[in-house]
Design a binder for this molecule. Sequence first.
Ligand code: FPP
Length: 249
Amino acid sequence: MFNFKRKMKAENLDKIPKHIGIIMDGNGRWAKKRFQPRVMGHKAGMDALQDVTIQASELGVKVLTVYAFSTENWSRPEDEVAFIMNLPVEFFDKYVPKLHENNVRILTMGDNSRLPEATLEALKKAVEKTKHNSGLILNFALNYGGRAELVRAISLISQDVLDAKINPDDITEDLVSDYLLTNQLPYLYRDPDLVIRTSGELRLSNFLPWQTAYSELYFTDVLWPDFNKSGLRSAISEYNNRHRRFGGV
Ligand code: FPP
């Protein structure tokens, strides 16, 4: 007898990426499919984020950097921007307690100067409350843009050269990494091993351009609010089937 059943590929979680970056895309389309306002997609996206963070933490991931708002997102309708800016406030009340129980530490990176006071306050509270946690770091890229991050680093390095704190000869890849916003992460985990983008878009959209030089990229058609624990495990399983060579053979 022939067995026509397709063999399911076994899940392979042998190697756990230490740092995963996620571009949480597709919230608007998720809501539209349900005839709901776009912002409902962002709300549902926070549930997905909590589930995925806890699963990542259970699997031994050390850092999860999530693209929550890019410097380009200000061009969205004013009410949607206002809603997204209020998400950290809601996030603090509803989600931080459970993440805190799971020993998750919250960090943020991006240009804070344009964030509303209440948003900043909520972020500060979440960072402060979880600062002694030793588990997974959930790093929010909020009002983050990769090119702006590089411009900032170049400007700071130039200033330090002018002030004779460093010589142009001292400028190495390691030094540049020290001037990036990811410098607050543990040294070994600054660069993502794996980047996941949901919703079928095949680009990085100014997300960590320096840090993703050698990252494995995983794209899925699943819309972010539908992404869940098993989606994360599939991405990690696929990562295990890749052979990272870092330019070698
Ligand atoms: C992209 O989907 C998603 C965003 C711009 C916002 C993502 C934010 C969250 C999931 C919540 C983050 C939580 C905190 C605390 C900040 P989209 O709107 O571009 O979807 P579309 O491409 O379908 O329109």
